[in-house]
Design a protein around this ligand. Structure first.
Ligand code: IPE
Ligand code: IPE
Ligand code: MG
Length: 259
């Protein structure tokens, strides 16, 4: 299981092992061009393809993309329908490329809300790419960070009903294996395009010690060059995980969590 940033000090490398992105600004990209919002979502799929390849080429091991939040159902019904249709088409069209390029696809979120056709397609693409290990691409769809934590708690309590009578025994290490991204280390670098500076109920548990990067670039314009700017910013950060700067420079005795 991946090391938690609060239970220990994770390994940090020059290249982020795990990049998590809120792909925002599709609608505004289209509106600026007097195009319907869906044109921005379509162009956004092209950006996904480019960024997946760029991440794999740079040695990023996990890329997680926020495609549809648990709150995005609040959008006009026709936009929601179009987004679902686009998701289906993208999976159908990209599966061969993903399989060929060594990409493992995972989907996290409450997919029970999706229509059967989409659920089957997700299962099919996950199965067809499960043997790949060049890059794990996770699509967060109907995902909410609060949903994730609640769902993990429900599943833990179902497996360990005795905990209800002994709540003092509940700790982080017990809960985290039930979180939807337990297979991945916590994100090293979070990127949000589109200019907003908020988390919007993305991976709220997992982002505890993630480096945050915000850019005004709209998602359809995000490319390898933009990714490199984010990675450059990431390399300039001092990841202290609660320690002092001096401790980082004399790393001999700083690996424990204290206590
Ligand atoms: C992100 O772009 C895509 C989804 C949320 C599905 P938006 O559609 O939120 O674009 P803006 O923020 O309205 O420009
Ligand atoms: C966050 O973007 C969700 C996705 C990119 C899928 P939103 O556009 O939905 O976020 P808010 O509403 O501006 O916070
Ligand atoms: Mg938005």
């Amino acid at each position: 299981m991946a090391l938690s940033s609060t239970l220990g000090v994770p390994r940090t490398d020059a290249v982020p092992r795990h990049v998590a992105i809120i792909m925002d600004g599709n609608g505004r990209w289209a509106t600026q061009r007097f195009l319907p919002r869906v044109a921005g979502h379509k162009k956004g799929v092209d950006a996904v393809r480019a960024v997946v390849e760029a991440c794999a080429a740079r040695g990023v091991e996990y890329l997680t993309l926020f495609a549809f939040s648990s709150e995005n159902w609040r959008r006009p019904a026709d936009e929601v329908t179009l987004l679902m249709r686009l998701f289906v088409h993208a999976l159908e069209r990209e599966v061969a490329r993903l399989a060929r390029n060594g990409i493992k696809l995972k989907v996290v979120g409450d997919i029970s809300a999706f229509e059967p056709r989409l659920r089957e397609l997700i299962a099919d693409v996950e199965a067809r790419t499960s043997g790949n290990d060049r890059l794990t691409l996770t699509i967060a769809a109907n995902y909410g960070g609060r949903w994730d934590i609640l769902e993990a708690t429900r599943r833990l309590l179902a497996a360990r009903p005795d905990l209800a009578a002994h709540p003092e025994q509940l700790d982080e290490a017990m809960l985290s294996p039930y979180l939807s991204m337990a297979y991945a280390p916590e994100p090293d670098l979070f990127i949000r395009t589109g200019g907003e500076k908020r988390i919007s109920n993305f991976l709220i548990w997992q982002l505890a010690y993630t480096e945050l990067y915000f850019t005004d670039c709209f998602w359809p314009d995000f490319d390898a060059e933009q990714l490199d700017l984010a990675c450059k910013s990431y390399r300039s950060r001092e990841r202290r995980f609660g320690r002092t700067s001096a401790q980082l420079k004399a790393p001999a005795d700083v690996s424990s969590n204290g206590g």
